[in-house]
Design a binder for this molecule. Structure first.
Ligand SMILES: [Zn+2]
Ligand SMILES: [Zn+2]
Length: 304
């Protein structure tokens, strides 16, 4: 099938699933969209992303490029942690941060910890020849009183004794929405960094923290802010207004848009993404816009 015919078919399909999205439960939607997601990434996307990364590294061989916001089936994603890690490796991403939801009553800390443990086990048993695994970091996306905030922890937190520290301090998030200032303060005290996800995006429940609130209350407390999001389809300049690290990411739930909008940093200056974010020395980069056709239907379909 040529690209044009494929895109035509895709449009029909996405309109169909969007209509279905109004009535179907989430698990059914995930199963429905899986074959289509795989077809789409194989046909259109992956080669484009790979060659863009090669191009970027031609300009700066030390550049490190990765995904900072996505979900597996340990929260509300459709794919496994292993699927996301394998796809990231095959795209040539240097790091992958999987950010399961931590939401009172709906998505418990236990599932975030299970996801983190699964990631550690996959790295320990990695056996895919020439293909290097992406660097992974313990992380989750916390539903605070004012909206979503991502916490990314140093690799040291993969150790069981450090995971116990996370358990000790974050178990209360299973039951309560805690003000974002207190949450950010706790994240910083634990040596992790925090990122404001999808600012200004509104839902009927606290979702994107307003950029006004960030400017007034969170500068100096949080570390990064999503300037560019594939999943939410916007590009802004929040970081310039706040001095926070600029972040580009996908908020992928379907293993489709992963790696289409990424964050990059200079590996000669910083050892890892956490240090780069802390130094506010990052770049948000859109690697492809082939997916514009898919943005709105997918967002409506999954209500993400
Ligand atoms: Zn979110
Ligand atoms: Zn998310």
């Amino acid at each position: 099938m040529n690209r044009r015919a494929f895109l035509k078919k895709l449009t029909g399909y996405t309109l169909g699933v969007t209509a279905g999205g109004l009535v179907l439960p989430k698990e059914v939607k995930s199963e429905l969209i899986k074959p289509f997601a795989e077809l789409f990434s194989k046909n259109c996307l992956d080669d484009e992303i790979r060659s863009r990364i090669v191009e970027l590294k031609r300009d700066n061989p030390n550049l490190q490029v990765g995904e900072l916001h996505c979900h597996s089936y340990y929260s509300d994603g459709a794919y496994s942690v292993k699927d996301l890690m394998l796809r990231s490796a095959s795209l040539g991403l240097d790091f992958l941060v999987i950010t399961e939801h931590l939401t009172p009553r709906d998505y418990k800390l236990e599932h975030c910890l299970d996801s983190i443990t699964a990631q550690r086990n996959i790295i320990n048993r990695w056996n895919h020849g020439e293909m290097r695994p992406p660097a992974v970091y313990p992380a989750f996306e916390i539903s605070t009183k004012e909206g979503h905030l991502i916490a990314v922890f140093p690799e040291d937190y993969f150790k069981p004794e450090r995971l116990r520290d996370i358990k000790q301090y974050f178990s209360r998030f299973d039951y309560y929405s805690i003000p974002v200032e207190l949450t950010a303060d706790l994240i910083r005290k634990m040596g992790a960094v925090s990122i404001v996800s999808h600012p200004d995006i509104q839902r009927s429940y606290p979702f994107g923290i307003s950029s006004g609130f960030v400017k007034e209350h969170l500068v100096g407390l949080v570390d990064g802010i999503e300037d560019m999001s594939a999943g939410h389809g916007y590009q802004k300049d929040y970081s310039a207004e706040t001095g926070l690290a600029t972040i580009g990411s996908s908020d992928d739930h379907l293993n489709i848009i992963l790696g289409t909008v990424v964050t990059a940093f200079d590996g000669a200056k910083h050892d890892n993404i956490i240090e780069a974010i802390r130094s506010s020395d990052t770049r948000a980069v859109r690697l492809t816009n082939s997916l514009d056709i898919l943005f709105t239907p997918t967002r409506l379909f999954f209500n993400i």
